[in-house]
Design a protein around this ligand. Structure first.
Ligand code: PGA
Length: 248
């Protein structure tokens, strides 16, 4: 099934209003590559101002709370993010699974909370270096997928991002064979979990040290449907060539 390439920047804890010019420049590049879906998941403080400047790109958030409201100091609900202008949200990034001790059950609940507000969701998975070195990366990631996948997961609102933890921000990436093997395994597991129709339409992104030099090779892999990009999404100069690589 033909899947539209999806390239999403994850700005993490980077970006002040001074960087809105980069949002605008990236949005303009997105507008001129209509065949690729482009998004920027900016810090929550920038969502409202960025959404008016993003051109052909959508603006997303980097996390949401699983509850609609309540006594959760410092947290943001899906409705708040949507009201600010986000149309998507990342859930289950490894930095949150580690730093905020989020479990796969939390991640599934966050995805459902986002869906209830009409947000699209990018659900992250990935193994540690220790797990990779022990030869159990595929088993680990498929178990994490099964445990994190929300009820009613559908290709129209959910995408998966495979991000090996040891490749994030390190400049080190798996071999193309390892990426291919993992993405095919994820696709196969999705078929078991949600049926071939939904699984074959669902985007599975690769993330972890994607840059202008490696993007073309990574995006050429059959079951890679785009990328989740951290450091190289912070400027239009670095992100632009990655968007172009996805355009083919
Ligand atoms: P990176 O981050 O591209 O800087 O490695 C990717 C991510 O964590 O989403």
């Amino acid at each position: 099934m033909a899947r539209t390439m999806l390239v999403v920047g994850n700005w993490k804890m980077n970006g002040l209003k001074a960087q809105l010019g980069e949002v605008e420049a990236i949005g303009a590049i997105a507008s001129s590559h209509a065949g690729v879906e482009v998004g920027l998941c900016v810090p929550a403080t920038l969502i409202a101002s960025a959404s008016g400047k993003a051109g052909g790109a959508f603006i997303g958030a980097q996390d949401c709370h699983q509850k609609e409201s309540g006594a959760h100091t410092g947290c943001l609900s899906a409705a708040m993010l949507k009201e600010a202008g986000a149309t998507s949200v990342i859930v289950g990034h490894s930095e949150r699974r580690t730093d905020q001790h989020e479990t796969s059950a939390d991640v599934a609940a966050k995805a459902l909370a986002a869906k209830a507000e009409g947000l699209k969701v990018i659900l992250c998975l990935g193994e540690s270096l220790e797990t990779r070195d022990s030869g159990k990366a595929i088993d680990f990631v498929l178990d994490q997928l099964a445990a994190s996948l929300p009820e009613g997961a559908g290709a129209d609102w959910l995408s998966i991002a495979y991000e090996p933890i040891w490749a994030i921000g390190t400049g080190r990436i798996p071999t193309m064979e390892q990426i291919d093997e993992m993405h095919s395994a994820i696709r196969g597991k999705l078929r078991d979990l949600i049926g071939a129709g939904e699984a074959d339409g669902m985007r599975v992104l690769y993330g972890g040290s994607v840059n202008a030099d490696n993007a073309k090779d990574i995006f050429a892999i059959a079951d890679v449907d785009g990328g989740l990009v951290g450091g190289a999404s912070l400027t239009a100069a670095k992100f632009g060539p990655i968007i172009e690589a996805a355009a083919g």
